[in-house]
Design a protein around this ligand. Structure first.
Ligand SMILES: [Zn+2]
Length: 389
């Protein structure tokens, strides 16, 4: 297939040119290419397919419903919103539930479905701080030094990322073991101060889970002022940052500050989307994590964000990253080319998948998102196949 007349969004420029797709890969880029099958984009943007490395659900499903059907519906929600690859996030839950999620994810990855590609799993917990647990069920929080985490190491081939809190006993050792196995260690849901953060960063932690949300900040202790993960994360270039750019969790002013410190290469947008994504906001109560589990946290949708039943604590977002891209450009004033990095090349690099996805280059997967002038998703193309139009 030859994709013609597109404003192609490359990493360093936007240029009107054509892209040739063969066997699911980008075969050539340029002006004098031909093919029997032509897709004329009539001056629309051709961006790399979006990548969401932190999300929990959509279309009424949560990955932790633990069925192939749930995964497929969530991945359809994603591809309907311009996402071509996603990582499935868990919440803290009984170990058997998490192990089941890993097993279903393994099945879905092997099956290769008709929607967004599943790249693996992000374990959000169980090694999170009680003080900054956010919407995670407190009953299942654990401390690495007191827990048998062999099941995590055994599934390292499909676990792309784990969120842990640096100050917990055993976090440094666990970080070292996970990094050795290629798992990205992302810091967050923490209550740490700098002396507790540095050893985990030195052990190889490389990402920050939704910066500013459920994250430590500057405190006075023993007559000394210590920075927390929010401030340290902004200044250390070794740490990339996830951002829930839904204009609620992160307002445009905060977004501007994070962008000033991290740039498009140092921050990625995540939806953190819950099962209510793509559903009506009619006051319905939804469960976080496994459906019908009496111990799971309940939330509802109000004013474009998910809140716990108490009406105060944010439970996650309901906006896909395609909407967040528009928030970042139109409300945050970020140049389009930098904002596109935050949903393509940067998340690909964070989870170490940038060899084959995340940018429009010859040899990479033919994964694209077609955008109109208002940056609304018109088409999603996965490995050369038009999934949504
Ligand atoms: Zn999350």
């Amino acid at each position: 297939m030859l994709i013609k007349n597109a404003f192609v969004i490359f990493k360093d420029k936007i240029e009107k040119t054509d892209v040739l797709v063969k066997n699911g890969r980008i075969a050539d880029i340029g002006g004098n290419l031909t093919d029997d099958e032509v897709l004329d984009l009539e001056g629309k943007y051709l961006a790399p397919g979006f990548i969401d490395i932190h999300n929990h659900g959509g279309y009424g499903y949560d990955y932790m419903d633990n069925t192939v059907e749930a995964f497929e519906n969530i991945l359809r929600f994603h591809s309907d919103n311009g996402i071509t690859s996603a990582v499935a996030s868990t919440v803290t839950a009984p170990r058997e539930t998490v192990e089941k999620t890993l097993a279903v994810a393994r099945e879905v990855i092997a099956k290769k479905g008709a929607h967004a590609k599943l790249l693996g799993v992000h374990l959000e917990g169980p090694y999170l701080s009680f003080q900054n647990k956010g919407a995670h069920a407190p009953a299942y929080l654990k401390i690495p030094a007191q827990d048998d985490y062999q099941y995590i190491l055994d599934n390292a081939d499909i676990i792309r990322q784990i969120t842990l809190s640096p100050e917990l006993d055993g976090s440094v050792e666990l970080t070292r073991k996970l990094v050795e196995k290629g798992v990205v260690v992302s810091l967050g849901h923490d209550n740490a101060i700098l002396p507790e953060i540095l050893p985990v960063v030195n052990a190889g932690a490389s990402n920050l889970t939704h910066i500013f949300c459920a994250m430590s900040m500057v405190v006075m202790k023993n007559n000394k002022r210590y920075v927390g993960l929010r401030e340290y994360g902004l200044i250390d270039d070794a740490l990339s940052a996830e951002v829930i750019a839904d204009n609620h969790h992160i307002t445009p002013e905060l977004l501007k500050m994070i962008y000033k410190c991290k740039g498009g290469d140092g921050m990625c947008l995540i939806s953190d989307c819950l099962r209510a994504g793509g559903m009506k906001a009619d006051g319905t109560l939804y469960s976080l994590g496994k459906k019908d589990d009496p111990t799971s946290q309940q939330f509802k949708v109000a004013d474009g964000v998910a809140v716990l039943a108490d009406g105060k604590t944010y439970a996650g977002s309901i906006q896909p990253i395609s909407q967040m891209l528009r928030n970042v450009v139109f409300d945050g004033g970020v140049p389009l080319i930098e904002a596109i990095k935050m949903v393509t090349s940067t998340p690909a690099r964070i989870i170490k998948a940038d060899k084959y996805i995340g940018s429009i280059e010859v040899g990479k997967c033919a994964d694209f998102c077609v955008l109109d002038k208002d940056l609304r998703v018109e088409k999603t193309i996965i490995e050369g196949k038009i999934i949504k139009q």
